[in-house]
Write a protein that binds this ligand. Structure first.
Ligand SMILES: Cc1cc2nc3c(=O)[nH]c(=O)nc-3n(C[C@H](O)[C@H](O)[C@H](O)COP(=O)(O)OP(=O)(O)OC[C@H]3O[C@@H](n4cnc5c(N)ncnc54)[C@H](O)[C@@H]3O)c2cc1C
Length: 288
């Protein structure tokens, strides 16, 4: 059985405590409470290189600092897809193109894009779980010849809450040997027009006829309930725990294993994670 190897205890890049001042190059509205921000350095360069699944911290002197997965990048920018939930994210949503924000990163480990080479990939995301899962899926799409068949399963509460609609409905359906499955928890005229199924993620996943194999990896990210129910479904479908990968969005503050906000037992999620297999998570909780 091909092994999925995940790097743990990764060194953080650059100057870990000193934010780079960056400029907002572009803002892409995704939903009523989610926006994608493309950030570039003041001299127009990409702030840093990163691997799929790594995160950065965005800061404002007046409000503080928050952790977000790097959801994508371009030649001269990195991007974050941010849901407005509280103090810092509300401030970020008020920002306009050209304004400045502090950026630290990249931090954490990354999805096992090397050891998954040659494998079929099943991506499962719910709601704002899209950005991390998208970062890995987009990597596989950009290196299409290195991976087998791709299935992408995504759900959100309503059609209006689906993020990255351009990828879901325009870009990814054109990718060879890739199926995109989208469901909504509550149907509307728009979801029906698009022919979307009304279903929660786990039961939807179970109807798709996707079978486990030694050569297929599953990548899951969403809220705790989605993770629990989809893990049960993946088990029913025959996926081994060491072939199910996720990213833990624990509360974290410093990003460098000092503040002790995100540990499970002796593991600091910001340093050892946030990416783990389900088998590793079970082991962490057993020994915590
Ligand atoms: C590794 C990692 C990656 C993340 N990636 C993303 C991402 O790509 N996009 C995104 O939108 N968010 C992401 N988050 C969550 C994001 O960090 C929080 O939503 C953000 O810190 C909220 O800050 P705030 O000041 O706006 O909210 P606050 O004013 O601090 O809190 C507002 C509300 O949100 C809750 N909250 C705050 N932080 C979290 C958290 N980490 N998890 C769950 N609830 C929280 C609080 O309990 C409170 O109810 C990620 C978190 C981690 C740890």
């Amino acid at each position: 059985m091909p092994e999925i190897e995940i790097a743990h205890g990764c060194a953080n890049g650059g100057e870990p405590f000193i934010p780079q001042v960056c400029r907002i190059k572009e803002i892409i509205p995704e939903t009523h409470d989610v926006k994608t921000f493309r950030l570039t350095t003041l001299d127009g360069k990409r702030p840093f290189d990163s691997k799929p699944g790594q995160f950065g911290l965005l800061s404002f002197i007046s409000e503080g600092e928050c952790v977000f997965v790097i959801s994508g990048f371009g030649e001269d920018y990195i991007q974050f897809t941010v849901k407005k939930v509280g103090r810092v994210t509300t401030r970020l949503h008020q920002m306009e193109v050209g304004e400045q924000v502090g950026v630290r990163g990249p931090f954490g480990n990354w999805f096992p894009y090397e050891s998954c080479k040659g494998m079929d990939m099943l991506f499962i995301a719910g709601g704002i779980g899209m950005p991390p899962v998208r970062s890995f899926a987009q990597y596989c799409i950009d290196h299409r010849e290195d991976y087998g068949h791709i299935d992408y399963v995504y759900s959100a509460s309503t059609y209006a809450d689906l993020v990255c609609k351009e990828d879901l409905f325009e870009n990814w359906p054109k990718v060879p040997d890739m199926n995109v499955y989208v469901s909504v928890y509550h149907a509307s005229e728009e979801s029906e027009k698009k022919g979307l199924t009304e279903s929660y993620t786990a039961p939807f996943l179970e109807t798709l006829g996707i079978e486990a194999s030694e050569n297929r990896a599953a990548v899951v990210c969403g809220g705790p309930s989605l993770y629990r129910t989809c893990s049960e479904s993946l088990k029913k479908l025959g996926f081994a725990d060491d072939h199910v990968v996720t990213t833990l969005e624990m509360r974290m503050k410093c990003g460098v294993g000092k503040c002790g906000r995100c540990n499970i037992g002796s593991h600091f999620i910001c340093l050892d994670g946030p990416v783990f297999t389900r088998a590793e998570i079970a082991q962490m909780y057993t020994t915590a």
